[in-house]
Design a protein around this ligand. Structure first.
Ligand code: 4NP
Length: 168
């Protein structure tokens, strides 16, 4: 027999906040950068969405754009979108930025078929700290949000790498 084994399908990770303009777009580019640095581009696919579609089609918030740029990352390609029921099946990990976002995802998953895929980002952050990424939309604090999301994504990447696809 010739040829090589088919490439495994990428593990798919969707970050979810409320508006998909502040926190989850940052998580998306931070995680994509970590994945790339780990040599896993093509093995882990990353995107983001909001539990609301208030800002659908809009670019990321200027505070998130600036925070990303300070760390050498770009949000130029971002266009906000609302999460849909189809996302529950399409993504292996649905990673909420805060407890309200997680509740929103669980509500969307009304038959509870995918509850095991819905997780809270900062449950993967090592050490003590908040469980919710604070919403910077009204209060600012984008740099602190960037740091928290980075800690969460570092732990999440370890978890994604060590979870067999069959367990998602
Ligand atoms: P995000 O922040 O959920 O991190 O994108 C927000 C964006 C917009 C609103 C609230 C939070 N808003 O009320 O429009």
């Amino acid at each position: 027999m010739t040829g090589s084994a088919p490439a495994a399908a990428p593990v798919r990770v969707l970050f979810v906040c409320l508006g998909n303009i502040c926190r989850s777009p940052l998580a998306e580019v931070i995680m994509r950068d970590l994945v790339s640095r780990a040599g896993l581009a093509g093995h882990i696919e990353v995107a983001s969405a909001g539990t609301s579609d208030y800002h659908a089609g809009e670019p990321a918030h200027r505070g998130s754009i600036a925070a990303a740029e300070r760390h050498g990352l770009s949000l130029a390609a971002h266009a906000a979108r609302g999460v849909t029921e189809a996302d529950l099946d399409a993504w292996d990990w649905l990673v909420a930025m805060d407890t309200d976002n997680r509740n929103g995802l669980q509500h969307l998953d009304r038959h509870q078929r995918r509850h095991d895929r819905i997780v809270l980002l900062l449950d993967y952050a090592h050490g003590d700290g908040p469980r919710d990424v604070p919403d910077p939309y009204y209060s600012g604090g984008f740099e602190a949000v960037y740091a928290l999301i980075t800690r969460g994504c570092e732990g999440l990447l370890e978890a994604v790498r060590s979870t067999p696809p069959s367990q998602r």
